[in-house]
Design a protein around this ligand. Structure first.
Ligand SMILES: [Ca+2]
Length: 95
């Protein structure tokens, strides 16, 4: 089974602090995980001032890192790499 990951980011422009959602794309295409569901968080993992996207995928419990290449404005992603610790891919068991 293939599932698509649809992600929305709100800009802090509305009265409730949220703006209109915008669809996040990777290289112009919808983000997709290989199998099952996924969850994401936005965090500046590499410390360059732009929030990157961290995606936990169900298949194999791997964690994806999408570096944000945008200097300002909407995030721009150009692929991902799996996060590693001590040279091995990080795997988080379900349940
Ligand atoms: Ca960053």
């Amino acid at each position: 089974m293939i599932s698509a990951l649809l992600a929305f980011v709100a800009s802090p422009s509305g009265p409730d602090g949220l703006g209109a959602p915008s669809l996040l794309l990777d290289q112009g295409k919808l983000l997709s995980v290989t199998e099952g569901h996924a969850d994401l968080a936005m965090y500046d993992l590499d410390g360059d001032g732009a929030k990157d996207m961290i995606v936990g995928q169900f298949k194999d419990g791997l964690v994806r890192f999408y570096k944000n290449h945008a200097e300002k404005g909407s995030p721009k992603f150009e692929g991902f790499e799996y996060l590693k610790a001590a040279g091995a891919e990080i795997k988080i068991d379900a349940g």
